[in-house]
Design a protein around this ligand. Sequence first.
Ligand code: AGP
Length: 613
Amino acid sequence: MCGIVGYVGPRDATPIVLGGLKRLEYRGYDSAGIAVLQDGGFEIRRDAGKLSKLLSTVNDDPIKGHLGIGHTRWATHGEPNTRNAHPHIGATGDVVVVHNGIVENYKELKEELLAEGAEFNSDTDSEIIVHLIERYLSSENDLLQAVRKALSHLKGHHGVVIGSKHEPDKIVAARIGNAGGVVLGFGEGEMFIASDLPAILEHTREVVYLESHQLAVVTKDSAAVYDLDGNKLEIRTETVPWDPIAAEKGEYRHFMQKEIHEQIRSITDTINGRVDFANGRISLPKLNLTKEFANKIEKIIITACGTAAYAAMVGKIIIEKIARIPVEVDVASEFRYRDPIITENTVVLSISQSGETADTLAAMAEGKRLGATLWTIVNVMGSQAMRISDGHILMQTGPEIGVASTKAYTAPLVDQYMLAILLADLRDEIDEKTRKQYVNELRSLPNLVSQVLSRETEYERIARKLVDVNNSIYLGRGVNMPTAYEGALKLKEISYIHAEAYPGGEMKHGPIALFDQDMQVIVIAPKDPWYDKMVSQVEQTKARNAPVLVIATDGDEQIPELADEVMWIPDVFWMLSPVIAVIPLQILAYHIASIRGLDVDQPRNLAKSVTVE
Ligand code: AGP
């Protein structure tokens, strides 16, 4: 969840590294730092707080050189202050290290190093690494070998980037496990290293992703990759399709607002190349799914975290309804420890925007260990989730920068709908007519998304009325029960308003005791098979004088009689209604948080990718 950027080449490293960190700030930010090799030694600048503080520190006290390494930190061990900010130096100041992950055995290593006379300048686990490297540099006198030996002591998952003044032309990088990525960017006579693509996309789109237990040595015009035993590995660069401009805000105030509006394109792109509308067929080639295997599947377990888990809840209903395959949904942090019942005919399907979420990757590893086939629906190309899966479906939404997920929620809803149709087709669960009907429903979806987005001004008017709400309950049923959970998460994570979600039918079993004039109730009641039940929910809410906002389908005549406010959405096939019904809730949360003057793209305590347990 921290951001790492390295550069070596003919240009001044400082603006390149700082610019890269700026693009990674969403990954984790409570302190930041940069080290640049200047006049034969490392100059370091570090600051607690937002990256903007570091930028002004560097502006006041400039550093310049051709090799630089930078880091934005989301603290796990040690207060988020300057002393604990990366880069870390050891005793000599000759070696600098930035680190992503947790040294799980840092206590015993620290005791060992202290006994050898090491002096620590921070309270972090990461500083262990630079002292271990110094221990081996004195004997090995070779940075790569010293790093290899140092890493052999570490337990846990790590992304590490190292520089040494004794080898001023090179940077060493390493990846152990799943603590975020390490990607090498190939420029013209210059090299880039980053924990995530957006940091380097403006400079190059030729990249190599380090696999776990690999090291890289880069100079301005070379790159070599090794395994932990020191064996040199063959590398092939990949060309990244993402346009760096897409990672900019454009005319929007926040990345989140931009990404809400990008859902027309992201829904189009996630469908693109996968739907043959003329013949009513779906193809998902990267899933490596055969008819034979499709007919062997006995159970699908969908596992994910946060927003992705709510997308999974929708997928369960759709896949069971269309493909008639039993589906379980489990949050990854629970799945990984519950000793799940898995056979060779079980599919474990993960959903992850980043593809680097520690709990999700651990759940995938558990599924693999027990013999399941691993699929993933993932957004970041080359991410660990994609690399360890037997098959994947790329969300194809482009970079999602806002910490609060929006387009990476709606895209997997469509991906699971397409998967359900493909599975049903291969298992002969649906006839051709039904299959063509389901496929055809996708044709109008981008336009329906566009219609909802065009109502933002009306939704914003309602948001202004709710900006001082302190407590809220979201209610939904059936395919839109997860919509309630996702809507509540959006509000709580960016506006810090307490928001709970319940299956509508659960209210009478306790929570309705909370209903009074101070409890804002938000009901998702589009024309889906559960509509009538939700109308009675609105009636029950009004009977307790609780203010109620309802998401309702254009033309509905019952809801306006009951609701205090209505957010209208166009009519849509019920299986795809969660794609449409969630958008007013995204916009509602966005404007409430924005009006409250909060940091919408980088909410407090959160990071875009939770790469630690
Ligand atoms: C959602 O808005 C949050 N950003 C968070 O719940 C997120 O969905 C979760 O951490 C999973 O992230 P992933 O999709 O990258 O695995």
